[in-house]
Design a protein around this ligand. Structure first.
Ligand SMILES: Nc1ncnc2c1ncn2[C@@H]1O[C@H](COP(=O)(O)OP(=O)(O)OP(=O)(O)O)[C@@H](O)[C@H]1O
Length: 296
């Protein structure tokens, strides 16, 4: 299967600080990819590298088989909607569509107009007077009507109320089904991602912690609860993502391809949110351990 995005040891430094480092991922075509992680994790940096707005400091990235932003043809194949839902405050909704038509060779004017009508956006209204949700919908419409093969959305639902978020994500899902393109979207709202994404990347502290198809990730991660046990006594193929212990009880989140037969454990399935939190907690625990070691 072809890849929409391949990164190999990709890194980006601002000054002396890595915003993203050692990022190796391969995203097959046809997915809605959720990029999740805490503030400052490097999500926007990865998305800007993918859309050609930033150059890597280290490693390689290719998008749809080419260098991001390398040629006008490559630019036309990728849509990018930035975090602050960029629209021109002084231009009307209709002006935005006209501009989109002039700037984008694959522009689908029929789709743009139909979407604007469905959303009840008035063509003569200036973008600066629209609500945050309406602006986000207008920006998504511009991204969709460009008819990209890959649409990159940086926190598209951050400013939306729950109803608007649901409508926005529903519209996005319908468009992906109808027009068969790939999407990479970042969000802090894992419950939203759970509904729309079938591929997940967890990014914490500038590093990819885990990436893969959500079905496979959920099938290979388990929560084990049982009598207290040292992690060294778990089978070698059970990779510990998270652990918590009381005097008597241990809870682990492990990653393994093998079934778990140990009768001492109560094994429970994780939700996508549990899985993301386990990786974030793992990282927070490691940071606490390093801080303690430094203090000693
Ligand atoms: N132009 C810049 N100059 C210097 N540092 C930057 C710049 N842009 C980002 N950074 C730093 O790089 C790191 C990653 O930032 P990035 O915006 O990629 O994170 P993020 O995961 O998108 O965060 P958020 O969820 O808050 O939007 C942060 O520490 C940030 O301060």
């Amino acid at each position: 299967m072809t890849s929409v995005l391949q990164a190999q040891a990709l890194g980006k430094k601002y000054g002396k600080r890595w915003a993203l480092r050692d990022c190796t991922v391969d995203i097959p075509a046809g997915h809605v990819v959720g990029l999740v992680g805490p503030n400052g994790a490097g999500k926007t940096t990865l998305l800007k590298l993918a859309s050609g707005q930033l150059e890597p400091t280290a490693g390689d990235i290719s998008v749809l088989g080419g260098r991001p932003g390398g040629t006008p043809a490559q630019l036309a194949r990728v849509g990018f909607v930035a975090q602050d839902t960029p629209v021109y405050a002084g231009l009307t909704v209709a002006d935005h569509l006209r501009l989109g038509a002039r700037l984008n060779p694959r522009w689908d004017d029929g789709m743009a107009r139909e979407r604007i009508a469905q959303l009840d956006l008035v063509p003569t209204h200036r973008a600066g007077k629209l609500s945050g949700g309406e602006r986000a919908q207008l920006a998504l419409t511009l991204g969709l009507a460009k008819r990209p093969e890959l649409l990159i959305l940086d926190e598209p639902v951050a400013s939306l109320d729950p109803l608007a978020r649901r409508d926005f994500l529903r519209g996005l899902m319908e468009a992906t089904v109808e027009h068969e393109f790939s999407v990479v979207l970042s969000s802090h709202l894992v419950s939203d991602l759970e509904r729309v994404c079938d591929f997940l990347i967890v990014l914490v502290d500038s590093r990819v912690q885990v990436a893969g198809e959500t079905d496979k990730l959920l099938a290979t991660h388990h929560r084990l609860t049982g009598p207290r046990r040292d992690p060294d006594r778990l089978p070698a193929d059970q990779h510990v993502v998270f652990q918590r212990h009381t005097d008597r009880q241990s809870t682990f989140v492990v990653r393994t391809d093998a079934p778990i037969h140990d009768p001492a454990w109560t094994v429970t399935q994780l939700s996508l949110e549990d899985l993301v939190l386990a990786y974030m907690d793992k990282h927070a625990a490691e940071n606490r351990r390093v801080a303690l070691e430094v203090q000693r």
